[in-house]
Design a protein around this ligand. Structure first.
Ligand code: VNL
Length: 178
């Protein structure tokens, strides 16, 4: 894995998540990206011809490594960890890290462990009952770049997963015409 990609992942792991100021964020273009409740995949696809997913890692994590807030949002459970870089027309746009509790990977959702290069959002939001709650946001400083990140909980068939997303310097949300 390239060093910069590893740095993005470790940055996401160490983020200090905060409850957003909805009324303020709703009025800004960047805020609208952060507060997107529907599919981020779909939103990003509107900004490019080709959206690529590179899976950096897919592994199980021990319950003991979950942070207190992760346990509060997901329960005390072994999770599958999926770490990806999303690129739009070859520019890295998003680093995403998703925790999927083993009890979510059952029945209809078993395939989520085998998505490969299929974007998670593309899989999840085809389901009518998919929903997102508890959106948190953060800013991080990477090499002098102030980058935005968010963490949100997704539900499919009433089973949760936790998605952390770091918007990389070339992401459309930082470009003026978006
Ligand atoms: C993934 C995660 C895809 C978060 C996303 O779509 C995302 C994935 C843009 O793991 O495939 O926002």
């Amino acid at each position: 894995m390239l060093d910069s990609k590893q740095l993005y992942v470790s940055t996401l792991i160490g983020v200090n998540w905060e409850t957003p100021d909805w009324t303020q964020l709703k009025t800004t273009d960047k805020g609208k990206w952060l507060l997107e409740r529907h599919s981020m995949t779909k939103r990003l696809k509107l900004c490019c011809a080709i959206l690529d997913v590179e899976v950096l890692s897919l592994h199980r994590c021990d319950v003991k490594t979950l942070t207190e807030s992760e346990r509060n949002l997901l329960g005390y459970e072994v999770c599958l960890v999926r770490e990806v870089i999303l690129s739009g027309d070859n520019a890295p746009w998003l680093c995403a890290r998703t925790l999927v509790p083993m009890s979510t990977l059952t029945e209809q959702e078993a395939d989520i462990a085998q998505l490969g290069a299929v974007p998670l959002g593309q899989r999840v939001f085809t389901q009518a009952n998919a929903r997102r709650d508890t959106i948190e946001v953060a800013t991080v400083n990477i090499d002098g770049n102030i980058l935005l990140a968010r963490r949100s909980r997704l539900w499919v068939n009433d089973k949760p997963m936790l998605v952390s997303e770091l918007f990389l310097p070339r992401a459309p949300m930082y470009q003026e015409d978006n």
